[in-house]
Design a protein around this ligand. Sequence first.
Ligand code: GLN
Length: 297
Amino acid sequence: MSRAADIRPTTLAGLLRAGVSILSEGGIQNAENEAVWIMDFALGTSRLTLRLEGQRQVTAEDRGRAMELFGRRAAREPLQFILGTQEFCGLEFEVGPAALIPRPETELLVEEVLRHCLAVPHPIIADIGTGSGCVAVALAHALPSASLYATDLSPAAMALARSNAARHGVETRVVFLTGNLLGPLRRRGLEGRVAAVVSNPPYIPEDEVADLPPEVGSFEPKLALAGGVDGLAIHRRLLSEAAEFLTPGGLLALEVGLGQADRLRRMATAGGGYGRIRTKPDAAGIERVVCFLRSVE
Ligand code: GLN
């Protein structure tokens, strides 16, 4: 236990100071801001309140609640799991240990599917490995005439995704199916009818999983991260399984990690079934999304 965690601050300012020390001792870079956010969440005290009313007394109960959260964050639990939400595509998503926390670069994936589907009347879209449901829900929200199918192997992730769909009022337009990749879409008459298959599959190469920051490696689900020996094991399967469901000219949009876009493109060219292939860089300049258009026979 750290020294900062042992002290019993009696004022808001003292509690904030203790929080900053506990987080810093835990190796958190942004300790000042995170301590403020945690206090806001636990006690409802804004940054301004902390500045203007720092000498206000805190109850033992409030102190206990904030100190517990400071401790969890110092143990490197992601801030989003502590606060319970993450913003994605302008919408607030519930998050938890059942699924990956939505990442800003994944908004690019949504953007590419949107661009393609805006021109399609009543598009059918399949989100494979939906996790928190962020991609499927953001698409359903932006495309009121679209029907979505969202699959995931994890029943706990499915429950989270369903709850996020309900939160944003799109639960009647997203069909959630528990199962492996595109498997649950079979025998539903969807073959050749899907305008876009989208996925942010796990893509961390197996031998790099151990080097992930503790927030990711120890708290987010392995199933959502590890992508086999080269990180592209699931992409390979999606390339071969998706074509049968896509309309001619339909889009397969996949997220990849650093340095994987070229290899994926070569794989698709060798495998056939797709015509045009494009890659899109994220804000950091990493080729992050690869788009394949199904060949028009
Ligand atoms: N589709 C979800 C997301 O983009 C989950 C992705 C995953 O678990 N690999 O956040």
